[in-house]
Design a protein around this ligand. Sequence first.
Ligand SMILES: Cc1ncc(COP(=O)(O)O)c(C=O)c1O
Length: 330
Amino acid sequence: MDLFFKRPSKKAREAMCNAALKMRHQKGGRYGEIAAAKESVSGITGHEYVKTVNSGNSAILGVMSSFKGKILIPDQGGWTGFKMMADFLGLERVEVKTDRGIIETDLLRDTIEKKSPEAFFLTSFAGYTAEQPVKDIHQICEDSGVIMVEDASGSVGDSTGRLANGDHAHVMVASTGSPKVVNVGNGGFISTDDKKILDNSRIILKTLKADPITCAGISEEIKIAPPVLSQTIAACQFLKSGLKGYETVLHPEKRGTNICISLDNPKKAGYKLRKSFNVHGGGMITVCPRYDRILADAVCIEIKNLDLRCLNQSNLEEMLLIINETLKST
Ligand SMILES: Cc1ncc(COP(=O)(O)O)c(C=O)c1O
């Protein structure tokens, strides 16, 4: 079985080459590629205002710098950049307890009431493993005057409309680095209907902007985000259903782009899986505990890191055999 780490699509790479070849000074930095990328982001998130930036963490830093109050984050399954950027900006951060990454709406309501945060940052999928009830979370935040920021790096283009949907997020941030759904290898974006957020961060956002070459890649990769995401989720659903006997598979019934399995010896299992999968150009095994996955002994099989052409039936069946064998022997 040959597995390949994701790389930007040929069309994206060609668009980036063309942007580089026709590069010349534009007055006021008004590059057509930047305007086109903003339009394509707006088209997919449904938000009116977009800022393209040079990374996902830049998007988080840019948005967070417009806040002065407390930043609420999930106790696990979020993104480490939420903590890093809040600490860097000297903002107090508070956590909401989760069910292994998944937000429980009653607990969220209580925590907001007790801690009065200004904003809540969360990822669309807890640890890339299981989708959050984003619509309900947004409603709770809306009702309590908290700005809900969805990190949609793993969910851009969700055709069900449940994730990365501007109707259910006050602000969206995303990385378009590698390996992401919009897989340019660099860059990111912020989208919102609340222009104040971008105005408040105007100066810092000037220093974090994306270049026209990255923007040319974003416009191309966004076109294929819906099939990339749906095929990745379908592959995970196939694997999760093949592992049904194991109670240790985390959130088996929920959509996700990786498979997380709790076990006693994650380092040993991770080593075995890494050796058996042998991905060309990168890796696909994460050993936990980790804040950005789950704070428990587990391994995550990162299907999201793989090129779509690897996710065929015969490879998926072989992967299932390997996972089953490893689980039995560790
Ligand atoms: C959910 C999530 N958000 C943000 C980032 C940061 O993105 P970048 O590497 O572009 O700064 C990552 C990176 O892996 C991520 O997984």
